[in-house]
Design a protein around this ligand. Structure first.
Ligand code: ZN
Length: 208
């Protein structure tokens, strides 16, 4: 099954993506990951990406599309993949349509208040990247590697609000696009992780 996961920053996309990958054996693909893989493989596209990344510039849309086209056509993604963080715009969605046929688009519909609460209580392991929430995790060290957890320095209420607004502006047309194609499934993203995943599980099983 070919799945797209959409939701604002802090909606728990990453957690759901990991759960879907683990339970359904569907490979999780994020643009950041693809960029890293292609740079490591030193493909010609990888080298182009490196030019932007090394100068901390945003990778332009047409290059992202080229990268997606090359990557999603690989044998390992012939039947299954889960996209997270792409497409971000209507234009990207239209381009993606020419590359692959998406089966289902899951929207984690989450309110700003909930996103702020989640993100502001978030701690990250600087060593392995594991993310914890102080509401549900009371230790100060990482459960996986033992390093001392840190708050992310770019997590503050004003920045979160700004990112949320940007997300809404960019993705509104995207949501309508998939709704019109009858591919959109909306889940209340304000719910706890396990409840959301239960809903996703039922959706995917009935669609398989
Ligand atoms: Zn760790």
């Amino acid at each position: 099954m070919k799945i797209i996961l959409i939701g604002p920053p802090g909606s728990g996309k990453g957690s759901q993506a990991r759960l879907i990958q683990k339970n359904f054996n569907i490979p999780h693909i994020s643009t950041g990951n693809i960029f890293r893989i292609m740079m490591n493989e030193e493909t010609s596209l990888g080298k182009e990406i490196f030019k932007y990344m090394s100068e901390a510039k945003l990778v332009p849309d047409d290059l992202v599309i080229k990268v997606m086209k090359e990557y999603l056509n690989r044998e390992e993604f012939k039947n299954n993949f889960l996209l997270d963080g792409f497409p971000r715009t209507l234009e990207q969605a239209e381009q993606l349509e020419n590359i692959v046929d998406i089966d289902i688009v899951i929207l984690l519909d989450t309110h700003l208040k909930i996103v702020q609460k989640r993100v502001l209580t978030r701690m990250i392991c600087p060593y392995c990247g594991d993310v914890y929430n102080t509401v549900s995790y009371s230790k100060v060290t990482c459960n996986s590697c033992g390093a001392t957890l840190k708050a992310r320095k770019d997590d503050n209420a004003a920045i979160i609000k700004e990112r949320f607004k940007e997300y809404e502006l960019l993705t509104k047309p995207l949501i309508k696009y998939y709704k019109d194609k009858n591919k959109l499934k909306t889940i209340d993203g304000d719910q706890p992780i396990e409840v959301i995943f239960d809903t996703i599980k039922k959706m995917l099983v009935s669609d398989l």
